[in-house]
Design a protein. Structure first.
Length: 280
């Protein structure tokens, strides 16, 4: 069931305050728990992505969306939400709200940069990753696309999101670069919350993306899972075997996703932010 069908039957999604509804779309969106996923292919996303916030939904985001109100509020402001996980893609199909394809952040970034490689009006800035890695990603993307589509890069300190002086300095760097697209890899939920709190200070930026480890992938310092594993939803196996200390807790807590998905499909899911049961 897509967004228009659910709204017609139920009215707006329940909440403990007025929920700002997404602007009218010419394409369908499917509900998963207390957020929406846009039913767009990668090609369709590239055709429409002239401005707005882009979040990429996975089971770990859904875990935090049940517990972190600021993260949930950031999601409510998204202009585009894509499926970053085969399990989100399959899950929507299992509960009768299928989407066309998985459109992950690690695929959106290289596709967006290649799509705009010959467009001088689009200028990308990379924010995130460990020292020097964002700059390496900049160099590799520009070399691969034979362009200068990425105009700047910065790897902030670990205390970045709470350090006003550093935030002010980084925002000045971004504004001075002339960037029109800001790609942020600070990890969720930090990156999404930071973007919605500070985007008003970057008037030239039209597109914002929260993309997790994608800057590491683009720099080549972290390898993506083989394509055959990604297609079969086994990327988590690759990650937990190559970086167990980083990922085992995350994947353990994400098992909650399957229980919540079952409840959602049966019409028993309740938003933690208020309202009654949500119907399938």
């Amino acid at each position: 069931m897509n967004e228009s069908d659910i709204l017609a039957k139920e009215g707006p999604m329940p909440d403990n305050d007025a929920v700002p509804q997404p602007p009218p779309r010419s394409w369908p969106r499917s509900r998963m728990l207390n957020v929406w996923v846009d039913n767009l292919s990668m090609k369709e996303l590239m055709q429409r992505l002239d401005e707005g916030l882009v979040w990429t939904l996975n089971p770990d985001h859904l875990y935090h969306l049940q517990r972190n109100r600021a993260f949930y509020d950031a999601y409510r402001q998204a202009d585009f939400i894509t499926s970053d996980s085969k399990y989100v893609y399959w899950g929507l199909g299992w509960i009768g709200r299928p989407i066309q394809e998985k459109v992950s952040g690690s695929d959106i970034v290289p596709t967006y940069c290649a799509h705009h490689a010959g467009n001088p009006a689009v200028k990308v800035f990379l924010l995130g990753a460990a020292p020097g890695i964002a700059q390496t990603a900049l160099e590799k993307i520009n070399a691969r696309t034979n362009s200068k589509v990425v105009v700047g890069a910065h790897s902030p300190s670990m205390k970045f999101v709470t350090d006003k002086a550093e935030i002010d300095e980084v925002i000045k760097i971004i504004n001075d670069s002339g960037a029109t697209c800001l790609i942020v890899g600070l990890g969720a939920p930090k990156q999404e919350i930071w973007i919605v709190e500070h985007r008003h200070l970057m008037p030239k930026v039209k597109v914002y993306m929260g993309v997790g480890a994608t800057i590491d992938y683009e720099a080549g310092v972290v390898k993506r899972a083989p394509r055959w594993m990604t297609k079969r939803g086994l990327e988590w196996v690759y990650r937990i075997t190559t970086e167990p200390k980083r990922y085992w807790r995350r994947y353990a807590r994400d098992m909650e996703y399957f229980w919540l998905l079952l409840k959602d499909g049966l019409g028993l899911y309740r938003s933690p932010w208020g309202g009654g049961r949500t119907k399938p």
